[in-house]
Design a protein around this ligand. Structure first.
Ligand SMILES: Cc1ncc(C[n+]2csc(CCOP(=O)(O)OP(=O)(O)O)c2C)c(N)n1
Ligand SMILES: [Mg+2]
Length: 543
C-alpha cells in the first residue's frame, strides 16, 4: 500500500476517476492539496475569483462532457460562496463534486470560532447534494472520492460533497485505491415496459415529453428510434431541448411556462410518455396540463419523482437510455401504426407557435434568429436568466443534445457567464455563446480575468436594458407600473471587457449578427454589449 499525504491521496484519487480539471480558490485548509498539484500535469488547476465560479465552471464542464466536474474550496465562507452553484447543479441533475476543506479535526463540533468554522457544514450542503461525507482519516480519502463519483454516475446524477480537515490533508497514511467496478445502467422492469408499449401502440395520439433527464442520460439515439417507430411527436422542457434535433419532423420543440407548439398538441394526446421530467411546467397552464382520461407513462431514474405531480398509469424507473431502448424493442415487436399524427397537423402546431412568438416578442425573435444563424449545429448556448434567455427556450432551435444549458427551476441569476467558462474549457474547439443581462453579468464579471488568463475564448452577449428587467416588467405588468428598486446604473460593458484584456464590442440588435461573426473569429474572450428596451417575459403573458 503506498504511503502518501492526504493532499496527495486526493489528487491521485481524482486522477484515477478521470478528473482533468480542478476549479478552485486557495486557502489555508486546502493548501496540502494545492501542494500536491506542484508539477502535476494531468490534473489541471484553474484558479478563479469567487467560489461560485469554481462550482459553476465545474457544472458547465459536466454538462458538456457528461462526466463529473470538481470544485475545491475552503470551508465556511468558501463553501457558502459556492452554494448557489451547487444548488443550481442539484436543480439541473448535474454531476458536480464539491471538495471542501474543514477546520482542524480536534476542533470539529465545538463552535469555538476556528478559522472558517461553520457548525455544522454538512447541514448546509445536505439539501442540495445527493450524498455528502466528512472524512477524518487519510485512509478514507480514496473510498470517499470513489463513492462520490459512483453516486454521480448511477441513478439520477446530482452534486456530492466530500470535506476533509486540514490536518488530515497534511498528514500521511497508507492508502489503497478502489478498482473500477462496472456501473450498469438502471433497467426498467420488463412487465411495466410491456404495459407501456401496449398503451403506446394502442394510443390514437401518443405524445412524448422529454426533460433534462433525457439529456443527462445521453438517450438521443434511443429517443429518435422510439419516436420514429411510433410516429409520436416529442416536445421538451427547456432542460430537455435538443434531445432530438428541433428541426426533426417529429419535434415539437421546447416549451416554457406552458407555451410552445405542444400547447396545441397536448389537448389531443391520449397517452403521454414523459422521460426525465418533473412534470411541473407542463402543468402550469391548462393548455399543457395533463387531464383525465389522458394516461401518463412516466420514465424517471429517480423513483421519488414518480406520480409526484400527476398519477402515473405506468411507472418506468430507469435510466432513460436503457428505458427507451427496452421500450422501442417492445413497441417494434407489436408493430405500431404509423402516422397517427398527420405531418400537416404537427406543422400547424409549429406554425401557430411561430406566429404567437412573433406577435408577442418580435425583437427577441429577431435577436435569437440572428444568433442561431451565426452558430454551428454543435455550438453551445448558455441561456442566462434574462429576457432573451427566456424567449430562447421558445425560439432558439437546438440541434444537438448538451448544447443548450439552463439553470432549470433554480433560475439562478448570475450563473450563465461562469457556467459558460466551464463549458468552453470542456469544448475549447467549439463555439460557446453566453446570453446574459446587465444584472446577471455583474455577478461574476470579474471572471473576465479568468477568461483572459486561461485563454477561455467564449463570446458573451450582454443585453443591456439598464434594469433588472424581468423584475421591472413584473412591476409594469402586475404592480401598476410602480417601479421600485429595479433600475440599474452600469459601466460601459465593452470598455469593461477591454480593461480586463478581453475584447469589447457594441452592437444594435440589427447588427448583432455581424458583431457575433467577428467575435467568433476572434482569438480572445469577447463581450458584445447590445442595448435593448424594456421587454416582457413569457411568464408575464397570460395566454
Ligand atoms: C440569485 C437570484 N437573485 C434574484 C433573482 C430574481 N431575478 C430574476 S430575473 C432578475 C433580473 C435580471 O436582470 P438582468 O440580468 O439585467 O436581465 P433582464 O431581465 O434585464 O433581461 C432578478 C433580479 C434570481 N432569479 N436569482
Ligand atoms: Mg437587464
Amino acid at each position: 500500500m503506498p504511503r502518501m499525504t492526504g493532499g496527495e491521496a486526493v489528487v491521485e484519487a481524482l486522477k484515477r476517476e478521470g478528473v482533468e480539471y480542478l476549479f478552485s480558490i486557495p486557502g489555508v485548509q486546502i493548501m496540502g492539496i494545492f501542494d500536491a498539484l506542484y508539477e502535476e500535469k494531468d490534473l489541471r488547476l484553474v484558479v478563479v475569483r469567487h467560489e461560485q465560479t469554481a462550482l459553476y465552471m465545474a457544472d458547465g464542464y459536466a454538462r458538456v462532457k457528461g462526466k463529473p466536474g470538481v470544485g475545491l474550496v475552503v470551508p465556511g465562507p468558501g463553501v457558502q460562496n459556492a452554494l448557489a452553484a451547487v444548488g443550481t447543479a442539484y436543480a439541473c441533475s448535474s454531476p458536480v463534486l464539491l471538495l471542501a476543506g474543514q477546520i482542524e479535526s480536534k476542533d470539529l463540533g465545538k463552535d469555538g470560532g476556528a478559522l472558517h468554522e461553520v457548525n455544522d457544514q454538512l447541514d448546509m450542503v445536505r439539501p442540495i447534494t445527493k450524498w455528502c461525507k466528512r472524512v477524518i482519516r487519510v485512509e478514507e480519502i480514496p473510498g470517499a472520492i470513489h463513492e462520490a463519483m459512483r453516486q454521480m454516475k448511477t441513478g439520477r446524477p446530482r452534486p456530492t460533497e466530500v470535506e476533509i480537515p486540514w490536518d488530515t490533508i497534511r498528514s500521511g497514511g497508507e492508502v489503497e485505491f478502489p478498482g473500477k467496478e462496472p456501473l450498469p445502467p438502471q433497467k426498467p422492469d420488463q412487465k411495466s415496459v410491456r404495459r407501456a408499449a401496449e398503451l403506446l401502440v394502442q394510443a390514437q395520439k401518443p405524445l412524448i415529453w422529454a426533460g433534462g433527464g433525457a439529456i443527462v442520460s445521453d438517450c438521443s439515439a434511443e429517443m429518435k428510434a422510439l419516436v420514429e417507430t411510433l410516429g409520436a411527436p416529442v416536445a421538451t422542457t427547456a432542460q430537455g431541448k435538443g434531445v432530438i434535433p428541433e428541426d426533426h419532423p417529429l419535434s415539437l420543440g421546447g416549451s416554457y411556462y406552458g407555451f410552445g407548439p405542444v400547447r396545441w398538441a397536448m389537448p389531443e394526446a391520449d397517452v403521454v410518455l414523459t422521460v426525465g421530467t418533473r412534470i411541473t411546467w407542463q402543468q402550469a397552464r391548462p393548455a399543457t396540463a395533463l387531464r383525465s382520461p389522458q394516461k401518463l407513462i412516466q420514465m424517471d431514474a429517480d423513483p421519488s419523482m414518480i406520480a409526484k405531480n400527476y398519477p402515473a398509469e405506468v411507472a418506468l424507473v430507469a435510466d432513460a437510455k436503457a428505458g427507451l431502448k427496452a421500450l422501442a424493442e417492445e413497441v417494434r415487436k407489436m408493430k405500431a401504426n404509423q402516422g397517427r399524427w398527420a405531418s400537416s397537423e404537427l406543422e400547424k402546431f409549429r406554425k401557430n407557435h411561430r406566429q404567437w412568438v412573433q406577435e408577442k416578442a418580435p425583437l427577441q425573435v429577431e435577436i435569437i434568429k440572428a444568433i442561431r444563424k451565426e452558430l454551428a449545429d454543435d455550438a453551445i448556448f448558455v441561456c442566462g436568466v434574462t429576457n432573451i434567455g427566456y424567449w430562447s427556450n421558445l425560439a432558439y432551435e437546438v440541434r444537438r443534445p448538451r448544447t443548450f444549458i439552463t439553470s432549470s427551476y433554480f433560475a439562478t441569476l448570475g450563473f450563465s457567464f461562469p457556467t459558460a467558462l466551464g463549458a468552453k474549457i470542456a469544448a475549447p474547439d467549439r463555439q460557446v455563446v453566453c446570453v446574459v443581462g446587465d444584472g446577471g453579468f455583474m455577478y461574476a464579471c470579474a471572471e473576465l480575468a479568468t477568461a483572459v488568463r486561461y485563454g477561455i475564448n467564449l463570446v458573451t452577449i450582454v443585453f443591456n436594458d439598464q434594469a433588472y428587467g424581468s423584475t421591472k416588467s413584473d412591476q409594469l405588468v402586475n404592480f401598476r407600473g410602480r417601479t421600485v428598486g429595479t433600475e440599474l446604473n452600469n459601466p460601459d460593458f465593452a470598455k469593461l471587457a477591454e480593461v480586463f484584456g478581453a475584447r469589447g464590442l457594441k452592437a444594435t440588435p440589427e447588427r448583432l449578427g455581424k458583431a457575433l461573426r467577428e467575435a467568433l473569429d476572434s482569438k480572445q474572450p469577447v463581450v458584445i454589449e447590445v442595448p435593448v428596451p424594456t421587454l416582457i417575459a413569457p411568464f408575464q403573458i397570460m395566454e
